[in-house]
Design a protein around this ligand. Structure first.
Ligand SMILES: O=C(O)CCC(=O)C(=O)O
Ligand SMILES: [Fe+2]
Length: 208
C-alpha cells in the first residue's frame, strides 16, 4: 500500500496509553469556536499505529459534503456507540477524554471515526462536522493523530485566512464550541507526504 511510517525511538519510554490532560492549551477562535491542543498525548503511539493499520476493517466511503455525495480519498471505519473499539488503548483514550471534557460538553463522547490517509494523495476537503447536531448546537470533536504528521487547516465559514496546525504523532486536538458550524476544517493533499497517517475522531451521539 504505502511506505511504512517511521516510528519514534523514544516511544518505549512510558507505559502505553493517554498521558495527562492538565497541559491542554486552549485557543479561542472567532464566533465562539475554540481549539484545545495537547501535543504528544498518546504514549505507545508507534505500536498503536501498527495495530490499527492491521486490525481495522478499512473501507472506501463516500460522504455528504455541501450538497453532493463525493468520494472521500481516504479509508474509513466508523465505530458507533455500541461497537467494540478495535484496540483497548482507544477505550482508555475515550475514558480519559470523558473524565476531562464530559462536564463541559454536557454529555460523553461516544463514537469513534477512524480515518487512514495512505499518503499525501489522501485528504479531506473543507467541511464542518454538520451531519446531525453539529449544524445547530455547540459540540466537541476530539481528534488523535498518529503516524505521519499532516496539516489540519481551519478557516471561518464566513471567509478569512486559514490557520494551520501540524498534527504530529500522538497529538490530541479538540474542536469545541461553535467550531463545526462557524468554522471549516480540512486535511489538504501534500506532495511531500509519502507515508500513512491515522486519525481517530471521538464525537458525542448524533454528531457526525
Ligand atoms: O483527519 C482528521 O484529522 C480530520 C478528519 C475529519 O475532519 C472528519 O473526518 O470529519
Ligand atoms: Fe471533520
Amino acid at each position: 500500500m504505502t511506505r511504512a511510517f517511521q516510528g519514534s525511538l523514544l516511544d518505549f519510554a512510558d507505559e502505553p496509553g493517554p498521558r495527562e490532560l492538565d497541559s491542554v492549551r486552549r485557543t479561542h477562535l472567532s464566533d465562539g469556536a475554540w481549539l484545545d491542543l495537547r501535543p504528544n498525548w498518546i504514549a505507545g503511539a508507534d505500536a498503536l499505529f501498527e495495530r490499527l493499520l492491521e486490525i481495522v476493517p478499512w473501507r472506501a466511503e463516500s460522504r455528504h459534503m455541501y450538497d453532493r455525495v463525493v468520494d472521500v480519498p481516504r479509508l474509513l471505519s466508523f465505530y458507533d456507540e455500541d461497537a467494540t473499539l478495535p484496540d483497548p488503548l482507544l477505550d482508555e483514550a475515550l475514558n480519559a477524554l470523558n473524565a476531562h471534557y464530559e462536564e463541559e460538553l454536557g454529555e460523553p463522547f461516544r463514537t469513534a471515526g477512524l480515518c487512514l490517509y495512505r499518503d499525501g494523495h489522501d485528504s479531506v476537503a473543507w467541511h464542518g462536522d454538520k451531519i446531525g447536531r453539529g449544524s445547530t448546537e455547540d459540540t466537541m470533536v476530539a481528534i488523535i493523530s498518529i503516524g505521519t504528521p499532516r496539516a489540519l487547516l481551519l478557516r471561518p465559514s464566513s471567509g478569512g485566512h486559514a490557520l494551520r496546525y501540524d498534527l504530529g504523532h500522538g497529538d490530541l486536538i479538540v474542536m469545541g464550541g461553535s467550531c463545526q458550524r462557524t468554522w471549516q476544517h480540512a486535511i489538504p493533499k501534500s506532495t511531500r507526504v509519502t507515508a500513512p497517517r491515522i486519525s481517530i475522531q471521538y464525537r458525542p451521539r448524533g454528531v457526525r
